[in-house]
Write a protein that binds this ligand. Structure first.
Ligand code: SF4
Ligand code: SF4
Ligand code: SF4
Length: 313
């Protein structure tokens, strides 16, 4: 195997890479990409997104299957027709860019009449100001002006800062791939949606039309219209409208979002914090101990501790 800079870092692993990078000095210098300015990336007013109306979802898992097929991902042990998997809360991983979870009603009061569980499809939120992209020291993750946050495996050195920085704990790593592992996450079917009429596979297949694809601004208008025209059906909150500076994927629900697997996040994007890595580690060659302090701060700020296996805090 030819050991280039990228594969060297990947084989060394994140900790080893950080230490080796400091020790090796200029021989392995990685040029940091330009850090985001304080205003974040510029998003086109025509940027696209998806609106997920969780009240329509029946948990059929067709979206999971369509995503698996389109991206040639490994087949799961359990068939996509197996509904028992919904009884356990799952998260996207390196072989499942999207998963559907089932949440039983927990609330009382005005919502007690709702007996059916809520099904929620999760995937990368394609944040407007993505922490994963800001944390990435080599620019392997980028926010496209039209919405998707995409990954370039050719640039990735396997440091996995993106995994720590993401407030939704989305990026997954191919630990099983010893020689050339990649970070994996929902691509927003980038190659398809840039074509005229192209749709994300999940949106295309959904038999209940849970997922509406379109301009983010139109989706927000649609979401507000739905809430206004069906009073009492939805909680007064469009998840992703403001969270972490806004996301391309938006959600409507009949239950408070914190009861159906969504983390409670502020309106400010965490990237401002993750920029410390780029400025500190590779520009000034901070000691590993400083790096760990920065990573610890990011993990605390994004609620990484305590939600390892859940979207919820
Ligand atoms: S295909 Fe549609 S209805 Fe079925 S689980 Fe996915 S989002 Fe829900
Ligand atoms: S959800 Fe996570 S992986 Fe997706 S764009 Fe946002 S920060 Fe990046
Ligand atoms: S947008 Fe594409 S990659 Fe993302 S969950 Fe849907 S089908 Fe999978």
């Amino acid at each position: 195997m030819k050991l280039n800079r990228r594969s060297f870092f990947k084989v060394m692993g994140a900790t080893g890479a950080a230490v080796a990078g400091t020790a090796a000095g200029t021989a392995l210098t990685v040029q940091p990409k330009e850090a985001h300015g304080s205003t974040g990336p510029s998003i086109s007013p025509d940027a696209v997104g998806c609106l997920i109306d969780t009240t329509l979802c029946v948990g059929c898992r067709k979206c999971e299957q369509a995503c698996n097929k389109r991206h040639h991902l490994a087949k799961p042990e359990e068939s996509f027709n197996e509904m028992a998997v919904l009884e356990k809360e799952r998260r996207p991983d390196e072989t499942s860019y999207t998963i559907v979870n089932k949440y039983y009603p927990k609330n009382i009061g005005s919502l007690t009449w709702r007996r059916r569980p809520t099904f929620v499809k999760f995937q990368c939120m394609h944040c407007n100001d993505p922490s994963c992209a800001s944390a990435c020291i080599v620019g392997a993750l980028t926010k496209e002006p039209n919405g998707p946050v995409i990954y370039d495996a050719a640039k990735c050195i396997g440091c996995r800062y993106c995994m720590i920085a993401c407030p939704f704990q989305i990026p997954a790593y191919e630990y099983f791939n010893a020689l050339d592992p990649e970070v994996r996450k929902c691509t927003f079917c980038f190659e398809y949606i840039k074509k005229e009429g192209g749709l994300p596979a999940c949106a295309q297949v959904c038999p209940r039309e849970v997922i509406t694809f379109g301009k983010r601004s139109d989706l927000l208008e649609l979401a507000h219209w739905k809430m206004k025209n069906d009073p009492g059906k939805y909680v007064d909150h469009i998840y992703g409208e403001h969270e972490v500076g806004g996301t391309s994927w938006l959600y409507l629900a009949s239950e408070p979002f914190e009861t159906i697997g969504f983390p409670e996040l502020g309106t400010k994007a965490p990237p401002r914090l993750t920029e410390a890595i780029q400025h500190g580690l590779f520009q000034y060659f901070a000691a590993p101990i400083g790096l760990y302090a920065v990573l610890g701060g990011i993990m605390w700020a994004t609620g990484f501790y305590g939600k390892k296996h859940s979207f919820k805090e």
